[in-house]
Each structure stands twice: as structure tokens, then as C-alpha cells.
Design a protein around this ligand. Structure first.
Ligand SMILES: Cc1cc2nc3c(=O)[nH]c(=O)nc-3n(C[C@H](O)[C@H](O)[C@H](O)COP(=O)(O)OP(=O)(O)OC[C@H]3O[C@@H](n4cnc5c(N)ncnc54)[C@H](O)[C@@H]3O)c2cc1C
Length: 438
């Protein structure tokens, strides 16, 4: 029997468990740890609340979770409640699937001003992550600047522009819905250092902007490269650029008959956050151009975008864990094809950094199981579950099981707004109390 501990119950964690089952069948036992009492990582707290069809991938993880040889060990923070060294002494392999939960800093002065947030916290706020539920961003301001040219920036811009009716069927948490209902934001600027051909935005997400009941997207035609250059793009990227072309209107001719203008400001590099009395008042920006290598270089021309809210969507970093080699620049664990050292591995965003879609984590999981199989061979045989259970008991850890999670899930469904799949608990104590629901 092999005993595997997976730290993190997001996509990478569950795909790795699925791969272990496929590889060893009944000859493996997998414990999936999570610091939260609820599973699925960014499927719950990252993927946009109005994209329920994407969140439905968790049903697939549930099949894995309900198998006899896989169990969920929730409410246990590895590195705090139990150390990596302890898990390594108990399990034949320990796999870090801890994601990349920390915002990469923009590295510009004024970043710490009030009402400037990284996307991990802002997205965590509207998605009910217990760490960020109390964020309380001030939405009584006119203009919001969203820094970044990926799908997370689009998620944030779209959420800021949507009406209450457009959130029907979503699981946006009540506190965020109420704040958005009272929002005064009528202008969202999406800032990108490079141009339309360099975006990391996918066609579906861009296309949604055209159908918002309150929002008009706008691109300055002067920012668009000659149309014939689109032929050089990958098909998906070309579709995205087609959407941007369909949003093109010269600024003087722009008439938005809806209350929220969503402006794409390309070739614009943020220089600093301008603050007054500790609060953001503007973003100072330098116009850029592309050099021969496609890098953004400053032109020396600067301007300010007056605004009252800034959300940076420029990438994430993994949290280091004591004793585990870390690549600071890349913000992930140091590894070779998922192996940190024999016995200790990483997958998903903790291995690759924050890139790819949910599905990209699946081959990662299968790859790491191959590494583990190479290292364990026909060996294995550490204590596994009984060893951890003894440690948890001695340490009085309040472990949340998958059965407990199903109770929490039921309680969340039971208190949902009309038409919504759930109203999430946003507090760990509330989640834990909900498992007692009869
Ligand atoms: C805002 C946002 C929107 C996205 N939208 C989409 C989308 O629409 N479509 C798509 O395909 N992809 C989307 N993605 C990408 C997708 O969410 C990721 O590819 C995927 O979640 C990465 O999986 P992971 O398992 O590596 O990490 P995560 O999903 O982050 O899971 C990590 C888990 O580890 C746990 N953990 C962390 N540290 C510890 C510890 N010390 N002890 C115990 N547990 C710990 C966390 O609580 C978490 O549950 C989005 C990402 C973001 C940020």
C-alpha cells in the first residue's frame, strides 16, 4: 500500500488524486489536506461567480473525493498545524498543490494606498474567501482602474459593471452583491502595458463585454495594429482581437447609451498611484511602444487617470513553506518536472506558477504521479492515515471531513437567494458550525 498526502484541494490536488487512483487502483490511499474547511480551491474562490458552468467541474472532483481510498482532510493548514517534515515521515509521498494565492506586487509607489487591491483579495472578496470577506472596497467612486490584460482583469471589469439581475444564477456572495448594487462606478479603465496583439484574454470573456446591460466596451482604433497583421495570430487570439476591433470607436465619436463605460487603455504602463490623505486619487501612467522583441518601452509621455479604486490583476505567487526550496523570482517551488526531492513534489500553480486553464492542471497531476511511481517503485508502506490521525488527535486538530463538507454545502444551498445555487459562508467558524446542521 502507498500513502500519499496532497496539500491543497484545488484542481491540481484532485487531478493528482485521480491519477494516483488510475495508477495504483486499490493499492493507494490518498489524503487531500486543505487549510479551509471547504474544498476546490480557486474553483470556489477564484473562478467568477457568474461562470457557474466552469465551477461545475467540481462535480468531477467529487467522484474522486467519494472513492474509498481518497479522503478530504479540511481545516488543516500545512506548515502551521502540521509540518512538511511530519507529513514526510508519515506518507510515502507528499505533493504540494497549494496554488499561488498571493498577488504579485505591481512594484510602483503608492501601491499601499487605501482602495488599491490586488486581484487575489478583490476576487476573494466577491467570491467569499474567508481571508478577504471583510475587505469592504469603496465603490462610491466614479472611475475604477483595473491593471492587467488577462482574463482576471476582464472578470473584475465585468463584475464591476453588472446589474443585480445579471447576477441571477450566480453565487456571488451577498455582501458583494449589496455593495455592487450601491456602486457609483461609471467608468472602468483596463490598463495594459502592451497592445491588442499581446493580450492574454480569451474570446468568450471578451465577447461577454458586448452583452452587458449596463456596460459599453471601447477601444481606441489608434491602438489597433493593421488588420492584415491579425493573420499572424493563433486562431483564438485572432478571435479575441476581432472582439477588440468590434469595440473600436474614436474617442470623440463615442456615445455610451449605458451607464458604465469600459475603456481599454493599451500601451500604458502604470508609474505610480497618486494618493491624497492616504487614498488613491489617480494612476500616473507612461505611454509605451513595443520594441523589436515585443517588449513595452516607455516613451516619456505621461498622464494621469483620475480614479478612486484600483485593482491590480498582474499575477500571483505561491506561499513559501519553511524548509521547501523556493524560486523567488518565479514565485513557485523549485522543482524539476514536479519533483522537488524524492518524496516531495509539487503540481498545478505551485509547480508552474499562475498560468493555464483548469484543465492544464490535469496532465500536471498525471505527470507527478509518474515521478512518484519512479521514486517509490514497489516500495512504500509508511504509516499514512492512522499515523496522521494519531497526530491530529494528540494536537486536537478539528479536522473537517468530506461528509462534513457535504453538510456545509447543503447548508449553503439552503440559505441561497432565489435562483442562486448557494450563499457561501465566508467565515471559517460559520463553516465549521454548519457541519452540525441536522
Ligand atoms: C480570479 C481567477 C479566475 C479564474 N478563472 C478561470 C476560468 O474561468 N477558467 C479556467 O480554466 N481557469 C480559471 N482560473 C485558473 C484556475 O483557477 C487555476 O488553474 C487552478 O485553480 C489552479 O489550481 P491549483 O490546484 O494549482 O490551485 P488552487 O485552485 O489555488 O488550490 C490550492 C488549494 O491549496 C490550499 N492551500 C494553500 N496553502 C495550503 C496550506 N499551507 N495547507 C493546506 N492547504 C493549503 C488552498 O486553500 C486551496 O484550496 C482562474 C484563476 C483566478 C485566480
Amino acid at each position: 500500500m502507498r500513502h500519499i498526502a496532497i496539500i491543497g484541494s484545488g484542481p491540481a490536488g484532485y487531478y493528482t488524486a485521480e491519477a494516483a487512483q488510475k495508477h495504483w487502483g486499490d493499492d493507494v490511499k490518498v489524503d487531500i489536506f486543505d487549510m479551509l474547511p471547504v474544498p476546490y480551491g480557486l474553483i470556489r474562490t477564484g473562478v467568477a461567480p457568474d461562470h457557474q458552468s466552469i465551477k461545475a467541474v467540481s462535480r468531477r472532483y467529487e467522484q474522486t473525493a467519494l472513492s474509498d481510498n481518497v479522503r478530504f482532510v479540511g481545516n488543516v493548514a500545512v506548515g502551521e498545524d502540521v509540518s512538511i517534515a511530519e507529513l514526510q515521515s508519515l506518507y510515502d509521498a507528499v505533493v504540494l498543490a497549494t496554488g499561488a494565492p498571493n498577488d504579485k506586487p505591481a512594484g510602483i509607489p503608492g501601491e499601499g494606498a487605501e482602495n488599491v487591491f490586488g486581484s487575489a483579495s478583490f476576487v476573494g472578496w466577491y467570491n467569499g474567501h474567508p481571508q478577504f470577506a471583510k475587505l469592504a472596497p469603496d465603490l462610491s467612486v466614479g472611475t475604477a482602474v483595473v491593471i492587467g490584460n488577462g482574463n482576471v482583469a476582464l472578470d473584475v471589469a465585468r463584475i464591476l459593471a453588472k446589474t443585480t439581475a445579471e447576477f441571477t444564477g450566480s453565487d456571488i456572495v451577498g455582501h458583494a452583491l449589496h455593495a455592487l448594487e450601491a456602486s457609483h462606478i461609471d467608468h472602468v479603465v483596463i490598463l495594459g502595458r502592451r497592445g491588442p496583439h499581446q493580450i492574454a484574454m480569451t474570446p468568450k470573456e471578451l465577447g461577454e463585454l458586448a452583452h452587458l446591460s449596463r456596460g459599453c466596451p471601447r477601444v481606441d482604433p489608434a491602438d489597433l495594429p493593421p488588420r492584415e497583421d491579425d493573420a499572424l495570430l493563433e486562431p483564438g487570439q485572432r478571435k479575441s482581437v476581432d472582439h477588440l476591433r468590434s469595440f473600436a470607436v474614436i474617442p470623440e465619436d463615442f456615445r455610451c447609451d449605458k451607464p458604465v463605460e469600459i475603456e481599454f487603455d493599451f500601451f500604458a504602463s502604470p508609474l505610480r498611484i497618486v494618493e491624497q490623505d492616504g487614498r488613491v486619487r489617480a494612476v500616473e501612467v507612461e505611454r509605451t511602444r513595443l520594441d523589436e522583441q515585443g517588449r513595452a518601452v516607455g516613451t516619456g509621455e505621461t498622464y494621469q487617470i483620475p480614479c478612486g479604486l484600483v485593482v491590480t490583476c498582474i499575477g500571483y505567487k505561491t506561499s513559501p513553506i519553511a524548509g521547501v526550496p523556493f524560486e523567488e523570482a518565479a514565485g513557485r517551488f523549485a522543482n524539476h518536472e514536479g519533483r522537488i526531492v524524492p518524496g516531495l513534489y509539487c503540481v498545478g500553480w505551485a509547480r508552474r506558477g499562475p498560468s493555464g486553464t483548469i484543465g492544464t492542471n490535469r496532465p500536471d497531476g498525471f505527470g507527478v504521479i509518474e515521478r512518484i511511481a519512479e521514486d517509490i517503485g514497489s516500495g512504500g508502506g509508511k504509516q499514512g492515515r492512522p499515523g496522521f490521525d494519531a497526530l491530529a488527535q494528540a494536537r486536537k486538530l478539528d479536522v473537517v471531513t468530506f461528509r462534513d463538507w457535504k453538510k456545509i454545502e447543503e447548508a449553503e444551498a439552503g440559505r441561497a437567494r432565489e435562483g442562486a445555487p448557494r450563499e457561501k459562508f465566508t467565515d471559517v467558524a460559520e463553516m465549521i458550525a454548519a457541519r452540525e446542521t441536522p
